[in-house]
Design a protein around this ligand. Structure first.
Ligand SMILES: [Zn+2]
Length: 264
């Protein structure tokens, strides 16, 4: 049973009823859990009440990304309220993305957003889902300021040195469909050598469909293609890889049990 550690279910469709149907179909395809990552605090109550509260296999994360363009104080206030409500099991995604340039003002804003959410994580004891692109040194510097905060580098595309530095700090590393792309040889080598207890798989749906669906809108059940590739390069069965990553996912996201499919 596969654990998709990162999906944006709210981006699959604007129609809530259709979304509920799609998600039910996804679980019928053999998923054990999905981490729903909400990056807009204003959709929180709809997604929470229509999907998360009904389904104990949906873990729920909420945060402001590096690209958040609204008022930072207001946005963080909403995230803080959501965290206080006890309805999330992780903060994120947030982080640093320098792939489109390093305009000093934009970098400062990204760092501010990231740091404020690390502070919320430290206060709440929740893990953080980090997005990091071309920003390994600054990402590690931020993690080192909050050594008691743990989390995952999602959709990891960094090099072996960055991966090792994350593992050394007790962070997990999640691989998306990118690892199945023919151009991702170095990433596959990194994924093959990481220790068992830091490994997660994800879809980042509706983005980044794995081979053989590359270019199409992605769905959580397609995490099986990423998991199968990782199993192959690590020399284990798909079942073993699925069990391992599901166990890691529960360990990371399951700390706040009340956030994950509240049934009461
Ligand atoms: Zn994402």
């Amino acid at each position: 049973m596969l654990f998709d550690s990162h999906a944006h279910l709210d981006m699959l469709t604007d129609d809530t009823e259709e979304l509920v149907r799609i998600v039910a179909g996804e679980f019928a395809c053999g998923l054990s859990a999905i981490v729903q990552v909400s990056t807009d605090p204003d959709i929180h109550s709809n997604i929470y009440s229509s999907l998360v509260r009904q389904n104990r296999n949906i873990y729920y994360a909420c945060g402001l990304t590096h690209a958040f363009s609204g008022d930072i104080r207001e946005g963080l206030g909403k995230i803080t309220d959501i965290v206080r409500s006890g309805q999330v099991c992780a903060i994120g995604e947030t982080g640093l993305d320098y792939s489109r340039g390093v305009d000093p003002e934009a970098v400062l804003r990204q760092k501010n957003l990231f740091e404020e959410q690390m502070l919320i994580a430290r206060m709440s004891g929740l893990p953080v889902i980090v997005h990091t692109r071309d920003a390994a040194a600054d990402t590690l510097a931020m993690l080192d300021r909050y050594p008691d905060v743990r989390g995952v580098a999602h959709c990891f595309t960094g090099d072996a040195g960055f991966a090792a530095a994350l593992v050394e700090r007790g962070w997990m590393i999640s691989f998306s469909g990118i690892v199945t792309f023919s151009s991702a040889g170095d990433l596959r080598n990194t994924a093959a050598s990481l220790p068992d207890d830091c490994l997660l798989v994800e879809t980042d749906a509706p983005f980044l469909s794995p081979v053989p669906f590359r270019g199409q809108p992605n769905l959580p059940s397609r995490v099986v293609h990423t998991a199968a590739l990782l199993a192959e390069i690590r020399g284990v069965s798909l079942e073993a890889l699925a069990a391992l990553t599901a166990e890691n996912g529960r360990r990371l996201f399951g700390r706040n049990g009340a956030a994950c499919g509240v049934s009461s």
